[in-house]
Design a protein around this ligand. Structure first.
Ligand SMILES: [Zn+2]
Length: 191
């Protein structure tokens, strides 16, 4: 029998506004605590998504990024602050998320999402957030999510425009390749 998830007194206080929401309640909060999300990219898209998921009480967040914090990141990548310049993004992000909610378990991966590591990492999560900035990773995330039958939340931004979608082909929806069947030629479209 799986162990029953319970909320501590501290968590009951922290999530009081969720728990008092009709149709969310204790059951919704407990399910959030039991859930896990893999966020690929700790940058402009990964920052707000992981910070809100952590605040809301998702139990486990996987963070994947191989970069270090650059001064030009801070204007939008809120996981990182001025004192973090030069640090590994996953370390800086882990500190920020722990400060928001120390109850969240954080797994860090300081590497790129590649064909040879993608399945073994992604299979341990309920959902993937595509916070990457390049097309090879984007298509790989799509394919891995499809194989593992987990939803893929995709976002992209260019100048003043943005796109966001949830792909769940295992629930009869389209996938990223249905929307954009062919990757652009290298250099034809900005990352
Ligand atoms: Zn498809």
């Amino acid at each position: 029998m799986p162990e029953q998830t319970t909320l501590t007194d501290e968590e009951l206080r922290r999530y009081a506004r969720h728990i008092s929401l009709p149709s969310f309640g204790m059951e919704g909060q407990t399910r959030l605590k039991e859930s896990s999300v893999l966020c690929i990219g700790a940058g402009g898209l990964g920052s707000p998504s992981t910070m809100y998921l952590a605040a809301a009480g998702v139990g486990r967040i996987g963070l994947m990024d191989m970069d270090e914090v650059d001064a030009s990141n801070i204007q939008r990548q809120l996981l990182h602050g001025t004192n973090d310049i030069g640090r590994k993004k996953i370390e800086s992000a882990k500190d920020t998320i722990h400060n928001i909610n120390p109850n969240v378990q954080i797994d860090t991966f300081g590497e790129a999402f590649k064909p040879d590591n993608s399945i073994t990492i992604a299979e341990n999560y309920d959902l993937i957030i595509d916070g990457t900035d390049n097309f090879p990773a984007r298509y790989l995330i799509n394919d891995v999510a499809k194989i593992l039958e987990i939803p893929n939340v995709y976002g992209s931004v260019f100048r003043f425009e943005g796109q966001v979608s949830v792909f769940a082909p295992h629930l009869d929806g389209p996938c990223y390749r249905c929307l954009f069947p062919d990757p652009p030629e290298p250099g034809a479209v900005p990352d």
